[in-house]
Design a protein around this ligand. Structure first.
Ligand SMILES: [Zn+2]
Length: 350
């Protein structure tokens, strides 16, 4: 099916450079490791000499990464409450050879050389995304690599090039965020784009990018300290959804040091299908999340429970959190601490 395309492509090495958005300020600013300020991304489309073109055109890539109303750029802007932006350009396609034993790094090095030869100044970009040649798709099982190459590079297989979720997830790794897990599954917290898993044969969820969970937003530096309430005595708390833009006096996460849990804390937060979370998996909608995290940037988070009204999570020490009621913006949550013997029983996470 690629015969006609091969004949067209064989005529010459096609080098097209498409500037998509203006670049503001070069390499993105980082404040204390937080995901604050502008990040610049160059998307490098690749093909083999005479090989088929990418399934995603440059125009389609620029739209999904940077310009459409539901772009990856728009996702990070909303997810960060405006603290972070993503801008950049799509370039290529460049022709590179897939040598036997090729690796993501060897492909990236060849792509960088081709782009540089075409006078693209790659130093303008903090992140380089390589859309691999179609022939690099032996099977659609492994879709992408992120968080490698000094966190400045990521690789997307051609088969998956139209998935915004995949880009958001892998850029999240490059920006320093790890997986949103559950005790049963490293990717099991589908309430965050840092969790989840795509069916290669079913693209219906490929563009579903829910907000990060509360610990993910704290790690990124997006939730202000004032929105995170440390709880040391029991009580009732009104918690706004993580999708809500922070406002003075508004609590969006409870942070609780439970006995017997080492350096970890429980983070209690609330989810609503707002904005990019509009297609939040139904099990999370209107529920209170109980998530464990050790507070370290780059550490996985562990979702332990999602509580509907009247449901509670308890640990072996007698600590308990319950959702009493909820509306479109808040949950009313009660927290109680146990009086029984402390327990070291700890649900492991991947
Ligand atoms: Zn991942």
């Amino acid at each position: 099916m690629f015969t006609a395309l091969n004949q067209i492509a064989a005529a010459a090495i096609a080098v097209a450079i498409v500037a998509v958005t203006s670049l503001s300020g070069g390499i993105g600013a980082q404040v204390g490791g937080a995901m604050i300020g502008n990040r610049t991304v160059v998307v490098i489309s690749l093909r083999t000499p005479g090989g088929p073109p990418s399934r995603c055109s440059n125009a389609a890539l620029s739209s999904m990464y940077f310009t459409d109303a539901r772009s990856v750029s728009a996702y990070f802007a909303e997810n960060s409450y405006g603290a972070m932006s993503v801008s950049g350009a799509v370039t290529g396609p460049y022709e590179i050879r897939l040598e036997p034993g090729w690796t993501p790094t060897s492909v990236a090095d060849a792509a960088d050389a081709a782009a540089t030869a075409a006078r693209v100044n790659l130093s303008l970009y903090s992140q380089k995304v390589y859309v691999l040649p179609k022939e690099a798709d032996p099977t659609p099982i492994q879709s992408a690599w992120g968080g490698r190459g000094g966190r400045s590079r990521l690789w997307i297989r051609d088969y998956w090039c139209s998935s915004k979720w995949l880009v958001a997830h892998e850029l999240g790794h490059n920006f320093g965020v790890n997986h949103a897990s559950t005790p049963a599954d490293e990717y099991g917290d589908f309430s965050s784009s840092m969790g989840g898993r795509l069916d290669h044969a079913d693209p219906s969820m490929w563009n579903n990018m829910p907000h990060f969970n509360a610990p993910g937003k704290i790690a990124a530096g997006w939730l202000p300290v004032s929105a995170v309430q440390a709880v040391i005595n029991g009580g009732s708390f009104r918690v706004a959804s993580v999708e809500t833009v922070p406002a003075p006096g508004q609590i969006q996460a409870l942070k609780i040091k439970a006995e017997g849990e080492g350096t970890d804390h429980y983070y209690i937060s609330y989810r609503q299908p707002l904005g990019f979370s509009a297609a939040l998996t139904p099990q999370y909608v209107g529920t209170t999340s109980v998530t464990r995290w050790n507070g370290a940037n780059g550490a996985k988070t562990c979702l332990l429970a999602n509580l509907a009204d009247g449901q509670a999570f308890a640990d072996a020490s007698g600590f308990m959190v319950a959702q009493r009621s909820h509306d479109a913006s808040h949950a009313l949550v009660t927290v109680t601490f146990g009086t029984g013997p402390l327990s070291s029983a700890r649900v492991p996470c991947p």
